[in-house]
Design a protein around this ligand. Structure first.
Ligand code: 13P
Ligand code: SF4
Length: 354
């Protein structure tokens, strides 16, 4: 299904209005220093009555620490669910800004800290609230569905929020109700949903700078070298990469594929932070990074999100010590933004019961 006619801005002429940062260079720690730092963070988590909620794309040490201390490492849907359900008064969210904001929107009574408040996301940056508001106002007859990777102010305009693990059933549900859908901001995920559900959606023109770099021709070449490998692709990737996938899904779905499929080799098109968990759960499997343009001049082509890379043991310790980097959200925006998020969580609960 062609989508170009439905896209809000012209792909060819869209200007990037934000900077993609270089990856931060964290000082290398030897094993002794690292263990000491982790020990101090564990102690601080207890003293501050805080729990660590981390995404699969963050540094492996942070992921391990989250699990060792009773926190969680997961995809963005489970991060939202876990943080909301946990009774700790402070959540430290290791991930990107929308994940911290979602936690605050759902649990305004909690203190939400993040190792770096500048850790944002190209999808969030590429969807400014004012322009998005104009887009929604121009199409009042549409049900507004936004991806989790957006600011609180954008969510405040939405009817539904979805993450990659629940986008398909929610859009299918809206299709069955006969609703017209306005989708934002990821055009690749949007196009994939259109293809699977057959729903024509009016779309924003955003993309993930990490997933957009996976290259289909190079992937074809690697597949020839590993004909028995299963290809796992996150749906933020371009269509010609998704077309080659054996499994398309959220970070959790891709990890599950590695543990449940019988293949010995997997070619994985998503942020390379995911290999930490995959290797832990399936140490005998061979995991191959899907090709990008290479570790060249830009940090966008290295398969690792520069914003996720802003999370490290060092700044995690700092925020726990100082209580800095707290997420605050204007109450009027929060009250509006919680509606689409809660709708998604209620939908996911109903799905679990079926
Ligand atoms: P998941 O919800 O699949 O973890 O994806 C979040 C994300 O930002 C992917 O780039
Ligand atoms: Fe955003 Fe892409 Fe980074 Fe995920 S990997 S947080 S979508 S920039």
């Amino acid at each position: 299904m062609a989508i170009s006619s439905n896209i809000a801005q012209d792909t060819a002429t869209q200007q990037r209005t934000f900077e993609v940062p270089k990856h931060p260079q964290w000082p290398l720690l030897d094993e002794g220093e690292k263990e000491a730092l982790k020990g101090r963070i564990k102690q601080l988590l207890i003293e501050k009555n805080a729990v660590l909620v981390a995404h699969y794309y963050t540094d492996g040490d942070l992921q391990d620490l989250a699990e060792e201390t009773g926190g969680c490492v997961s995809d963005s849907l489970e991060m939202a669910r876990f943080g909301h359900a946990h009774d700790a008064p402070t959540l430290v969210v290791a991930g990107v800004r929308f994940m911290g904001e979602t936690a605050k929107i759902l649990s305004p009574e909690k203190r939400i800290l993040m190792p770096d408040l500048n850790a944002t996301c190209s999808l969030d940056e590429g969807c400014p609230p004012d322009q998005f508001s104009d887009f929604c106002k121009a199409h009042p007859e549409h049900t507004v569905v936004v991806y989790a990777n957006t600011s609180a102010a954008v969510k405040a305009h939405a009817d539904w929020m979805v993450t990659s693990s629940i986008a398909l059933p929610i859009v299918q549900h809206l299709k069955e109700k006969g609703e017209k859908i306005l989708w934002a901001p990821d055009k690749h995920l949007g196009r994939y949903i259109q293809d699977v559900t057959g729903v024509e959606m009016l779309m924003w023109n955003g993309s993930c700078v990490v997933h957009e770099e996976f290259k289909s021709v190079a992937l074809e070449r690697i597949r020839k070298l590993h004909p028995e490998a299963a290809v796992l692709v996150h749906p933020e990737s371009p269509a010609d990469v998704i077309e080659q996938a054996d499994v398309v899904g959220s970070t959790t779905a891709l990890i599950n594929a590695v543990t449940t499929m019988e293949n010995e080799e997997f070619i994985v098109a998503t942020d390379d932070g995911i290999f930490h968990k995959m290797a832990l759960l399936a140490p005998d499997k061979v995991l191959i990074e899907a090709p990008t343009a290479g570790h060249g001049a830009t940090c966008e082509s290295c398969g690792h999100c520069p914003w996720m890379a802003m999370n490290a043991l060092q700044n995690l310790e700092m925020v726990l010590k100082t209580g800095s980097n707290e997420i605050h959200i204007d109450e009027a925006i929060r009250e509006r933004a919680v509606i689409p998020i809660q709708r998604m969580l209620d939908f996911s609960l109903k799905q679990k019961r079926i």
